[in-house]
Write a protein that binds this ligand. Structure first.
Ligand SMILES: *[C@@H]1O[C@H](CO)[C@@H](O)[C@H](O)[C@H]1NC(C)=O
Ligand SMILES: *[C@@H]1O[C@H](CO)[C@@H](O)[C@H](O)[C@H]1NC(C)=O
Ligand SMILES: *[C@@H]1O[C@H](CO)[C@@H](O)[C@H](O)[C@H]1NC(C)=O
Ligand SMILES: *[C@@H]1O[C@H](CO)[C@@H](O)[C@H](O)[C@H]1NC(C)=O
Ligand SMILES: *[C@@H]1O[C@H](CO)[C@@H](O)[C@H](O)[C@H]1NC(C)=O
Length: 434
């Protein structure tokens, strides 16, 4: 009886507690509803208020359709030809082949330590393992020239090589020799002006450059399809509306007269110039060892390269514009290569405007109508990657070499006429004011 009474009492207590829980939950639910309604009113019902704070979001513009993406992909396939197997993996949505079951030795001839700051330390103080984030790991990196007798592939960094005498004697015809350059054909031999490419004819088997048709492509950045498309409709960006355009630079020259273009543009629209070439020197040094957060505040960024050469598209675009959610205004590569390499509808090309005046007018009208938002549609379906080791991004140079020796065709190949592959004449075009 006693125990039964206890049970009954306990049950009554439970019922009463249960009512309390329901009452508490009701109160809590009402509170949540109030908070959500408030957020809804402030964020979604009041775009004007957001606008006055110079913020914007993207819901006015629909996503890219499957058709638009397929058209872009087909165009890319038509334009990017002569790709190596690795090139297909990097540029054509082809899946990674299996690694070969052996180890490869990679020798960076003579200048391994000179370039490790960028490619192994990524300008930090710590050496990283370049294969840790690489799809293949069966490679050993060597900097000692003694490895010439055992290496499977030897990389010659043309920026540093002083002359043909700087190269070793070939001992093994199966050993692959590759030349590396990260600069445009105007600046291939950065350290020795007396060098000419002709002297190297018949020495190299593979190329390693930013161009997609290199045996080992090492572009500064890349456009890839997102594996899992996301909705960015409600993404909010904070940008200045009083000054719309910025540029950052430490090299105040350029074969393409880019700074003259900036000066002309400034007659019609304000452009804030950061780095050594303008009034905001102090806030940003303008070289790629230290980032410039200030340029994030602008809707448009002038991604003007130092040379007008095909596919020479550097961190000025991938980092200073895209990674900062700014719309790039480009000068440098050809119209067709920009089309093949950048996400669809993501940039403005100076070549599409008769003169700086016409471009300035277009920028101002995009701002006035709010239409600049449509340049962000690509972000739901595409992703851009920075791959050259600047600003703490990962350098993929050594990973790409390892992928190439695993995936590429190793049939006999020699660059007998280097200038037919790599030259100003083949790849570069005149400046805007020529
Ligand atoms: C593709 O490569 C072949 C030889 O390998 C060459 O003759 C041809 O000019 C190249 N095409 C392009 C567009 O570079
Ligand atoms: C890219 O490849 C994936 C898987 O191989 C495929 O599902 C997708 O449709 C491809 N995308 C395009 C645009 O070709
Ligand atoms: C430049 O190259 C030529 C021929 O290869 C050579 O005779 C000359 O001494 C070189 N000059 C310098 C400054 O190295
Ligand atoms: C950009 O548009 C905003 C909003 O219409 C306006 O306040 C601002 O003055 C415009 N900026 C320029 C540089 O014209
Ligand atoms: C590499 O180039 C050399 C010429 O310098 C040639 O003798 C050798 O057969 C080539 N090797 C391959 C794998 O193409």
């Amino acid at each position: 009886m006693v125990s039964l009474h206890r049970i009954l009492t306990k049950n009554t207590e439970n019922v009463i507690m249960g009512q309390n829980i329901i009452q508490k939950n009701r109160f809590f639910l009402t509170l949540v509803a109030c908070v959500l309604t408030t957020i809804y009113f402030f964020v979604y019902k009041n775009p004007e208020q957001i606008e006055s704070k110079s913020n914007f979001y993207l819901s006015a513009y629909p996503s890219l359709s499957r058709k638009e993406i397929d058209v872009w992909m087909t165009n890319r396939q038509l334009l990017l030809t002569n790709l190596s197997k690795l090139g297909e993996v990097l540029f054509l949505n082809v899946s990674e082949p299996e690694a070969i079951d052996k180890r490869y030795e990679i020798l960076i001839w003579k200048y391994g330590y000179t370039i490790e700051n960028r490619h192994l330390k990524q300008y930090s103080h710590k050496r990283i393992d370049p294969f840790e984030y690489c799809p293949v790991k069966n490679c050993d990196l060597r900097f000692s020239d003694k490895s010439i007798s055992t290496a499977d592939i030897v990389i010659f960094h043309l920026h540093r090589i002083k002359g043909v005498d700087d190269l070793p004697k070939r001992q093994d015809s199966k050993q692959i020799w590759a030349f590396l350059t990260d600069e445009s054909p105007y600046n291939t031999f950065l350290q020795s002006k007396n060098n000419t490419l002709k002297n190297y004819n018949g020495l190299f088997n593979w190329s390693m450059t930013y161009r997609s048709d290199s045996d080992i492509p090492v572009p500064y950045g890349r456009t890839v399809l997102k594996k899992w498309p996301i909705k960015r409709q409600n993404q909010i960006y904070e940008k200045k509306l009083d000054v719309l355009v910025a540029i950052l630079g430490s090299n105040c020259g350029g074969q393409n007269h880019r700074w003259d273009y900036v000066k002309q543009l400034q007659k019609f629209i304000q452009v804030d110039v950061y780095g050594g070439c303008g009034p905001f020197k102090k806030s940003c040094p303008g070289h790629f060892k230290s980032d410039c957060p200030a340029i994030e505040n602008y809707i448009f960024y002038l991604s003007f390269e130092n040379s007008n050469c095909n596919e020479y598209i550097t961190e000025k675009l991938w980092w200073n514009a895209y990674a900062k959610n700014s719309i790039p205004i480009v000068m440098g590569s050809s119209q067709t290569t920009y089309k093949a390499l950048l996400p669809p509808g993501s940039y403005i090309n100076t070549e599409d405007y008769a003169n700086p005046n016409a471009l300035a007018y277009h920028i101002l009208s995009l701002n006035k109508s709010g239409e600049y938002r449509k340049y962000y549609r690509w972000q739901e379906k595409f992703q851009v990657l920075n791959e050259h080791g600047y600003f703490g991004s990962k350098s993929y140079h050594y990973c790409r070499i390892c992928q190439a020796v695993n995936y590429n065709n190793k049939d006999h190949k020699v660059y007998n006429d280097l200038e037919s592959y790599w030259s100003v004449k083949r790849d570069c075009h005149s400046s805007w004011d020529a």
